[in-house]
Design a protein around this ligand. Structure first.
Ligand code: ADP
Length: 289
Protein backbone atom coordinates (compact mmCIF):
# COMPACT_ATOMS: atom_id res chain seq x y z
CA UNK A 1 0.00 0.00 0.00
CA UNK A 2 2.74 2.43 0.95
CA UNK A 3 4.44 2.15 -2.44
CA UNK A 4 1.18 2.85 -4.28
CA UNK A 5 0.54 5.83 -2.05
CA UNK A 6 4.01 7.26 -2.53
CA UNK A 7 3.69 6.88 -6.28
CA UNK A 8 0.29 8.61 -6.24
CA UNK A 9 1.57 11.47 -4.07
CA UNK A 10 4.47 12.08 -6.43
CA UNK A 11 2.10 12.05 -9.41
CA UNK A 12 -0.20 14.60 -7.83
CA UNK A 13 2.75 16.82 -6.98
CA UNK A 14 3.17 16.33 -3.24
CA UNK A 15 6.81 15.37 -2.64
CA UNK A 16 6.82 16.40 1.01
CA UNK A 17 7.58 13.82 3.70
CA UNK A 18 4.96 11.26 4.66
CA UNK A 19 3.87 11.76 8.25
CA UNK A 20 1.43 8.92 8.73
CA UNK A 21 -0.72 6.30 7.05
CA UNK A 22 -3.61 4.73 8.91
CA UNK A 23 -6.21 2.42 7.47
CA UNK A 24 -9.87 3.51 7.39
CA UNK A 25 -12.64 0.99 7.95
CA UNK A 26 -16.14 1.15 6.56
CA UNK A 27 -15.85 0.53 2.83
CA UNK A 28 -17.20 -2.64 1.24
CA UNK A 29 -14.87 -2.86 -1.69
CA UNK A 30 -11.54 -1.13 -1.42
CA UNK A 31 -8.71 -0.72 1.02
CA UNK A 32 -8.86 2.81 2.33
CA UNK A 33 -6.38 4.96 4.24
CA UNK A 34 -5.85 8.30 5.87
CA UNK A 35 -2.60 9.66 4.55
CA UNK A 36 -0.87 12.67 6.00
CA UNK A 37 2.13 14.41 4.51
CA UNK A 38 3.83 17.58 5.63
CA UNK A 39 1.71 19.41 3.05
CA UNK A 40 -1.74 17.89 3.20
CA UNK A 41 -4.09 15.14 4.40
CA UNK A 42 -5.65 12.69 1.97
CA UNK A 43 -8.20 9.90 1.74
CA UNK A 44 -6.78 7.16 -0.46
CA UNK A 45 -8.56 4.09 -1.82
CA UNK A 46 -6.63 1.30 -3.45
CA UNK A 47 -7.63 -1.95 -5.08
CA UNK A 48 -6.00 -4.50 -7.30
CA UNK A 49 -9.09 -6.50 -8.17
CA UNK A 50 -11.32 -3.96 -9.82
CA UNK A 51 -11.87 -3.32 -13.52
CA UNK A 52 -9.59 -0.72 -15.05
CA UNK A 53 -12.11 2.09 -15.27
CA UNK A 54 -13.39 1.61 -11.69
CA UNK A 55 -11.66 4.60 -10.09
CA UNK A 56 -11.79 6.68 -13.26
CA UNK A 57 -15.57 6.59 -13.34
CA UNK A 58 -15.82 7.31 -9.60
CA UNK A 59 -13.50 10.30 -10.04
CA UNK A 60 -15.53 11.49 -13.03
CA UNK A 61 -18.77 11.24 -11.06
CA UNK A 62 -17.33 13.19 -8.15
CA UNK A 63 -16.14 15.90 -10.51
CA UNK A 64 -19.51 16.03 -12.24
CA UNK A 65 -21.26 16.58 -8.91
CA UNK A 66 -18.67 19.20 -7.95
CA UNK A 67 -19.25 21.03 -11.24
CA UNK A 68 -22.98 21.24 -10.51
CA UNK A 69 -22.15 23.47 -7.51
CA UNK A 70 -25.02 22.01 -5.57
CA UNK A 71 -23.46 19.87 -2.86
CA UNK A 72 -19.93 19.28 -1.64
CA UNK A 73 -17.89 16.24 -2.60
CA UNK A 74 -14.27 15.49 -1.71
CA UNK A 75 -11.92 17.07 -4.22
CA UNK A 76 -10.29 14.45 -6.43
CA UNK A 77 -6.51 14.86 -6.60
CA UNK A 78 -5.45 11.82 -8.56
CA UNK A 79 -6.48 8.40 -9.81
CA UNK A 80 -4.54 5.54 -11.26
CA UNK A 81 -6.02 2.59 -13.13
CA UNK A 82 -5.05 -0.91 -11.99
CA UNK A 83 -2.91 -2.52 -14.69
CA UNK A 84 -1.18 -5.88 -14.97
CA UNK A 85 -1.72 -6.86 -11.37
CA UNK A 86 -0.74 -3.49 -9.95
CA UNK A 87 -3.08 -1.60 -7.68
CA UNK A 88 -5.31 1.22 -8.82
CA UNK A 89 -5.70 4.19 -6.54
CA UNK A 90 -7.97 7.14 -5.98
CA UNK A 91 -6.64 10.04 -3.93
CA UNK A 92 -8.99 12.68 -2.65
CA UNK A 93 -9.46 15.35 -0.07
CA UNK A 94 -9.65 14.09 3.51
CA UNK A 95 -13.00 15.05 5.04
CA UNK A 96 -13.46 15.20 8.75
CA UNK A 97 -16.25 16.59 10.87
CA UNK A 98 -19.46 15.77 12.68
CA UNK A 99 -23.12 16.42 12.02
CA UNK A 100 -24.58 19.55 13.48
CA UNK A 101 -28.21 20.36 14.16
CA UNK A 102 -28.96 21.35 10.57
CA UNK A 103 -26.72 18.91 8.64
CA UNK A 104 -29.55 16.61 7.57
CA UNK A 105 -31.77 19.44 6.44
CA UNK A 106 -28.87 20.92 4.44
CA UNK A 107 -28.20 17.51 2.94
CA UNK A 108 -31.84 17.37 1.77
CA UNK A 109 -31.73 20.89 0.34
CA UNK A 110 -28.48 20.26 -1.46
CA UNK A 111 -29.51 16.89 -2.88
CA UNK A 112 -32.55 18.74 -4.29
CA UNK A 113 -30.16 21.30 -5.79
CA UNK A 114 -28.18 18.45 -7.31
CA UNK A 115 -31.44 17.17 -8.79
CA UNK A 116 -32.09 20.63 -10.22
CA UNK A 117 -28.98 20.27 -12.34
CA UNK A 118 -30.31 18.98 -15.65
CA UNK A 119 -28.75 17.18 -18.57
CA UNK A 120 -30.03 16.81 -22.14
CA UNK A 121 -30.51 13.06 -22.13
CA UNK A 122 -30.99 10.14 -19.77
CA UNK A 123 -28.33 7.69 -18.65
CA UNK A 124 -24.63 8.37 -18.68
CA UNK A 125 -21.78 8.46 -21.14
CA UNK A 126 -19.67 5.84 -19.40
CA UNK A 127 -20.25 2.39 -18.04
CA UNK A 128 -20.14 2.52 -14.27
CA UNK A 129 -20.70 0.27 -11.26
CA UNK A 130 -23.27 -0.51 -8.60
CA UNK A 131 -20.92 -1.69 -5.90
CA UNK A 132 -18.88 -4.12 -7.96
CA UNK A 133 -21.67 -4.95 -10.40
CA UNK A 134 -21.08 -3.52 -13.86
CA UNK A 135 -23.63 -0.88 -14.82
CA UNK A 136 -23.73 -0.48 -18.60
CA UNK A 137 -24.62 3.04 -19.67
CA UNK A 138 -25.49 5.04 -22.72
CA UNK A 139 -27.48 8.13 -23.59
CA UNK A 140 -31.23 7.70 -24.10
CA UNK A 141 -33.89 10.13 -25.30
CA UNK A 142 -36.49 8.41 -23.18
CA UNK A 143 -36.20 7.77 -19.43
CA UNK A 144 -38.38 4.66 -19.43
CA UNK A 145 -36.26 3.13 -22.21
CA UNK A 146 -33.14 3.78 -20.12
CA UNK A 147 -34.70 2.40 -16.97
CA UNK A 148 -35.83 -0.70 -18.87
CA UNK A 149 -32.85 -1.40 -21.13
CA UNK A 150 -30.08 0.16 -19.05
CA UNK A 151 -31.15 -0.81 -15.55
CA UNK A 152 -33.69 -3.62 -15.28
CA UNK A 153 -32.61 -5.77 -18.22
CA UNK A 154 -28.96 -6.07 -17.10
CA UNK A 155 -30.05 -6.96 -13.55
CA UNK A 156 -32.61 -9.43 -14.93
CA UNK A 157 -29.91 -11.10 -17.04
CA UNK A 158 -27.48 -11.25 -14.14
CA UNK A 159 -30.15 -12.71 -11.85
CA UNK A 160 -30.96 -15.35 -14.45
CA UNK A 161 -27.31 -16.31 -14.81
CA UNK A 162 -26.86 -16.48 -11.05
CA UNK A 163 -30.00 -18.62 -10.61
CA UNK A 164 -31.91 -16.02 -8.62
CA UNK A 165 -34.92 -16.11 -10.93
CA UNK A 166 -37.36 -18.91 -10.12
CA UNK A 167 -40.14 -19.09 -12.73
CA UNK A 168 -42.74 -17.09 -10.81
CA UNK A 169 -40.33 -14.21 -10.08
CA UNK A 170 -39.12 -14.28 -13.67
CA UNK A 171 -42.62 -14.08 -15.18
CA UNK A 172 -43.73 -11.27 -12.90
CA UNK A 173 -40.57 -9.32 -13.56
CA UNK A 174 -41.05 -9.66 -17.30
CA UNK A 175 -44.63 -8.42 -16.98
CA UNK A 176 -43.58 -5.49 -14.83
CA UNK A 177 -40.87 -4.57 -17.30
CA UNK A 178 -43.44 -4.52 -20.11
CA UNK A 179 -45.77 -2.27 -18.17
CA UNK A 180 -43.37 0.38 -16.84
CA UNK A 181 -45.33 3.29 -18.39
CA UNK A 182 -48.22 2.37 -16.04
CA UNK A 183 -46.23 3.64 -13.07
CA UNK A 184 -43.39 5.78 -14.37
CA UNK A 185 -43.82 9.29 -15.70
CA UNK A 186 -42.10 9.54 -19.07
CA UNK A 187 -42.18 13.33 -19.07
CA UNK A 188 -39.58 13.77 -16.31
CA UNK A 189 -36.43 15.81 -16.86
CA UNK A 190 -32.95 14.27 -16.70
CA UNK A 191 -31.70 15.29 -13.23
CA UNK A 192 -28.14 14.71 -12.16
CA UNK A 193 -28.35 11.88 -9.62
CA UNK A 194 -25.75 10.53 -7.20
CA UNK A 195 -27.01 7.09 -8.17
CA UNK A 196 -26.14 5.13 -5.03
CA UNK A 197 -27.51 7.31 -2.27
CA UNK A 198 -27.79 5.08 0.76
CA UNK A 199 -27.03 6.27 4.29
CA UNK A 200 -23.35 5.27 4.07
CA UNK A 201 -22.65 7.44 1.06
CA UNK A 202 -22.78 10.85 2.66
CA UNK A 203 -20.71 12.27 5.46
CA UNK A 204 -20.47 15.39 7.55
CA UNK A 205 -17.43 17.59 7.10
CA UNK A 206 -16.24 20.69 8.93
CA UNK A 207 -19.07 22.65 10.59
CA UNK A 208 -21.42 19.84 9.76
CA UNK A 209 -21.30 20.53 6.03
CA UNK A 210 -22.77 17.55 4.13
CA UNK A 211 -20.63 15.76 1.56
CA UNK A 212 -21.62 13.07 -0.92
CA UNK A 213 -19.15 10.23 -1.46
CA UNK A 214 -18.93 7.13 -3.64
CA UNK A 215 -21.33 8.11 -6.45
CA UNK A 216 -22.51 6.10 -9.43
CA UNK A 217 -23.89 9.06 -11.33
CA UNK A 218 -26.51 9.14 -14.02
CA UNK A 219 -29.08 11.55 -15.38
CA UNK A 220 -32.58 10.40 -14.64
CA UNK A 221 -35.84 10.76 -12.78
CA UNK A 222 -35.05 12.19 -9.35
CA UNK A 223 -37.71 9.87 -7.89
CA UNK A 224 -35.31 7.02 -8.68
CA UNK A 225 -32.86 8.53 -6.17
CA UNK A 226 -35.53 9.38 -3.58
CA UNK A 227 -36.83 5.81 -3.77
CA UNK A 228 -33.41 4.46 -2.83
CA UNK A 229 -33.04 6.83 0.13
CA UNK A 230 -36.23 5.28 1.53
CA UNK A 231 -35.32 1.66 0.89
CA UNK A 232 -32.97 0.88 3.76
CA UNK A 233 -33.61 3.95 5.91
CA UNK A 234 -30.87 6.26 7.09
CA UNK A 235 -32.45 9.49 5.89
CA UNK A 236 -34.39 11.43 8.46
CA UNK A 237 -37.51 13.55 8.37
CA UNK A 238 -35.26 16.65 8.26
CA UNK A 239 -33.66 15.39 5.06
CA UNK A 240 -37.02 15.23 3.26
CA UNK A 241 -38.15 18.56 4.75
CA UNK A 242 -35.00 20.17 3.41
CA UNK A 243 -35.52 18.51 0.03
CA UNK A 244 -39.10 19.72 -0.24
CA UNK A 245 -38.10 23.28 0.48
CA UNK A 246 -36.24 23.26 -2.83
CA UNK A 247 -38.25 20.81 -4.94
CA UNK A 248 -41.71 19.34 -4.46
CA UNK A 249 -42.07 15.56 -4.35
CA UNK A 250 -43.90 14.71 -7.61
CA UNK A 251 -47.39 13.19 -7.35
CA UNK A 252 -46.34 10.13 -9.32
CA UNK A 253 -43.68 9.27 -6.73
CA UNK A 254 -46.00 7.08 -4.66
CA UNK A 255 -46.67 4.95 -7.76
CA UNK A 256 -43.11 4.74 -9.03
CA UNK A 257 -41.27 4.38 -5.71
CA UNK A 258 -41.37 0.59 -5.35
CA UNK A 259 -40.79 0.10 -9.11
CA UNK A 260 -37.56 2.07 -8.66
CA UNK A 261 -36.62 0.28 -5.44
CA UNK A 262 -36.83 -2.91 -7.44
CA UNK A 263 -33.67 -2.00 -9.34
CA UNK A 264 -31.69 -1.59 -6.14
CA UNK A 265 -33.15 -4.76 -4.67
CA UNK A 266 -32.27 -6.74 -7.80
CA UNK A 267 -28.73 -5.36 -7.58
CA UNK A 268 -28.59 -6.48 -3.94
CA UNK A 269 -30.01 -9.87 -4.92
CA UNK A 270 -27.25 -10.21 -7.51
CA UNK A 271 -24.55 -8.99 -5.14
CA UNK A 272 -25.55 -10.63 -1.88
CA UNK A 273 -28.00 -13.39 -2.71
CA UNK A 274 -31.43 -14.76 -2.02
CA UNK A 275 -31.93 -12.88 1.26
CA UNK A 276 -33.19 -10.01 -0.89
CA UNK A 277 -35.55 -12.31 -2.83
CA UNK A 278 -38.54 -11.94 -0.49
CA UNK A 279 -38.51 -8.17 -0.78
CA UNK A 280 -38.25 -8.41 -4.58
CA UNK A 281 -41.23 -10.80 -4.65
CA UNK A 282 -43.31 -8.62 -2.35
CA UNK A 283 -42.99 -5.69 -4.75
CA UNK A 284 -43.61 -7.83 -7.81
CA UNK A 285 -46.78 -9.30 -6.29
CA UNK A 286 -48.06 -5.83 -5.51
CA UNK A 287 -47.70 -4.65 -9.09
CA UNK A 288 -48.36 -7.66 -11.32
CA UNK A 289 -50.28 -10.91 -11.06
P1 ADP B 1 -15.78 1.81 -0.71
O1 ADP B 1 -15.67 2.37 -2.09
O2 ADP B 1 -14.77 0.75 -0.42
O3 ADP B 1 -17.19 1.41 -0.33
P2 ADP B 1 -16.13 4.34 0.65
O4 ADP B 1 -15.96 5.39 -0.39
O5 ADP B 1 -17.52 4.02 1.06
O6 ADP B 1 -15.35 3.02 0.27
O7 ADP B 1 -15.30 4.81 1.92
C1 ADP B 1 -15.17 4.02 3.07
C2 ADP B 1 -15.33 4.87 4.32
O8 ADP B 1 -14.30 5.85 4.36
C3 ADP B 1 -16.64 5.67 4.31
O9 ADP B 1 -17.66 5.00 4.93
C4 ADP B 1 -16.26 6.93 5.05
O10 ADP B 1 -16.46 6.74 6.44
C5 ADP B 1 -14.79 7.09 4.81
N1 ADP B 1 -14.51 8.11 3.77
C6 ADP B 1 -14.87 8.09 2.48
N2 ADP B 1 -14.42 9.17 1.82
C7 ADP B 1 -13.72 9.90 2.73
C8 ADP B 1 -13.00 11.15 2.68
N3 ADP B 1 -12.89 11.83 1.53
N4 ADP B 1 -12.43 11.59 3.82
C9 ADP B 1 -12.51 10.90 4.97
N5 ADP B 1 -13.17 9.72 5.09
C10 ADP B 1 -13.77 9.23 3.99
Amino acid sequence: MERVIQHALLQLGDSSNLRSIRSVEGGDINQAAYVETEENAYFVKTNQNVPRHFFRVEAKGLKEIEASQSIAVPKVYYYDEPVRGSKGALVMEWIEGASTKDTKRRLGEQVALLHSSYGDKFGYEEDSFMGLLPQPNDWYEDWIDYYHDGRLVPQFNMAKERHYLPEDRKQRLLKLMERLPNWIDSSVQPSLLHGDLWGGNWMAGPEGKPYLIDPSVLYGDRCFELAFTELFGGFSKEFYEGYKEILPIPDHYSESKAVYQLFYLLAHLNLFGEMYGTHVDRILKRYVD
